[in-house]
Design a protein around this ligand. Structure first.
Ligand SMILES: [Zn+2]
Length: 405
């Protein structure tokens, strides 16, 4: 049996006034997803336990069949795995966004979707001036800043005596759009070090040539780093060991491919995949179809619907969904039957309502079709059909076992 999973990140939403009361999934023209609904079954699942923060880290673990309450240690360690950075048991990984703060408010958690070259130049000077051995109070450790893709970078803290603990609180910057940052700075054990480093990044970045060039070009500068999502390395049992299938992951987002890498999936990098609205959908679809030849299960993740929600753009969200349907779901549906037995699953990880422009708790709609899945008499893949469905996974990680049959 061959399996395909398509993840339109954050696509689950609410009815929009601007769309005549439809959700983006309902407003988008998605004939292939609807065919999956009509020939298979639509249900709903909850990928985010109430005690954890709704985001792609927790929700992706659930979607891939792992209970986040058992295995989740933080977001940054998952991305660190994708970047090939090794963590010792005592080390902490911390997400290090380049952000645009203006008037002491979080204006842009992406610093204008900063180009990776600009981001790397800024992170280099951050590493030069803030990296290396750290002496902070009684604390002795080492700080390592690693440049990633665009605004997404990683700070690694290495040291025997760790300043952080499970109750260290940090704030995902994408969940406080345009809000004052003062009430959202790190709190709890080790937070004074995090606040100190964040504060020191401001004068370092202020007059950097890369930032000056961005301002001159009408782009947003990166005014500081924002630290969040800290955690130690998780220990995850290999997917092949737990579920007996060889997997592959196609994604432009370090977090998502990091989860895949930690599960033992093959990481497939696609030229032109950006993790943004302008990603090369067709290339992702082609690589997904190609990977089916050599793997039991291929997962294609697309970040664009989530980004469209963060920017509050219903039209972009619809466009992203239509492109996913045409260039990824369609080609996979065409290719799968040539392998004999097959199944396909379409599901977002979590909800990202346009109204709040932030991730949210709650059930997400999924659709499954293929061998041994009888039609449930539903006509479309959307939130309303899922809400009326009989099939429900209150613990989202249980969906994988059911999907694999
Ligand atoms: Zn998001």
């Amino acid at each position: 049996m061959k399996y395909a999973i398509v993840i339109p990140d954050g696509c689950a939403d609410e009815p929009q006034e601007s769309l005549g009361g439809k959700t983006p999934l309902q407003a988008a023209r998605t004939p292939h997803m609807d065919r999956i609904a009509q020939t298979g079954v639509v249900g709903r699942s909850d990928n985010v336990p109430p005690s954890l923060t709704p985001a792609s880290d927790v929700a992706t673990l659930s979607l891939f069949g792992y209970d986040p309450l058992q295995v989740y240690t933080g977001r940054a360690p998952l991305e660190t795995a994708a970047m090939g950075i090794r963590l010792s048991p005592n080390d902490w990984a911390i997400r290090c966004n380049l952000v645009y703060v203006d008037g002491e408010a979080m204006r842009d958690f992406t610093a204008g979707h900063i180009a990776s070259e600009d981001g790397a130049a800024l992170m280099k000077v951050i590493q030069q001036q803030l990296g290396g051995p750290v002496e902070f109070g009684d604390l002795r450790g080492t700080l390592e800043f690693h440049a990633g893709v665009s605004y997404r970078n990683i700070l690694v803290y290495r040291g025997a005596d760790s300043p952080f603990a499970a109750d260290t609180r940090t704030q995902p910057p994408h969940d406080i759009p345009d809000q004052p940052i003062s009430g959202h700075l790190p709190q709890g054990p080790g937070s004074d070090l995090l606040r100190h480093v964040m504060g020191r990044s401001r004068p370092i970045l202020k007059d950097h040539p890369a930032n000056r060039a961005r301002i001159a070009a009408g782009q947003r500068p990166a005014t500081q780093i924002w630290l969040w999502g800290q955690g130690k390395a998780p220990s995850l049992r290999q997917f092949a060991q737990v579920y007996g299938k060889r997997g592959a992951i196609v994604s432009a987002v370090d977090l998502v491919r990091g989860v895949g890498v930690l599960l033992g999936w093959t990481r497939i990098d696609v030229p032109g995949a950006t993790g943004y609205l302008d990603t090369d959908y067709a290339a992702k679809g082609r690589h997904g179809v190609e990977a089916l030849k050599t793997h039991d299960l291929v997962c294609v993740h697309v970040e664009a619907p989530d980004e469209a929600s963060h920017e509050g753009k219903p039209d972009e969200k619809i466009k992203a969904l239509e492109r996913i349907d045409e260039h990824i779901v369609g080609p996979l549906l065409d290719a799968l039957p040539s392998y004999g037995d097959w199944r396909i699953l379409v599901s977002p990880d979590h909800r990202t309502p346009l109204r709040t422009r932030a991730h949210a708790y709650g059930m997400v709609p999924f659709a499954v079709a293929g061998t041994g899945v009888p039609p449930a008499g539903q006509n479309a893949y959307d939130e309303a059909v899922a809400a009326a469905a009989a099939l429900e996974f209150a613990k989202g990680h249980q969906l994988m076992k059911w999907f694999l049959g």
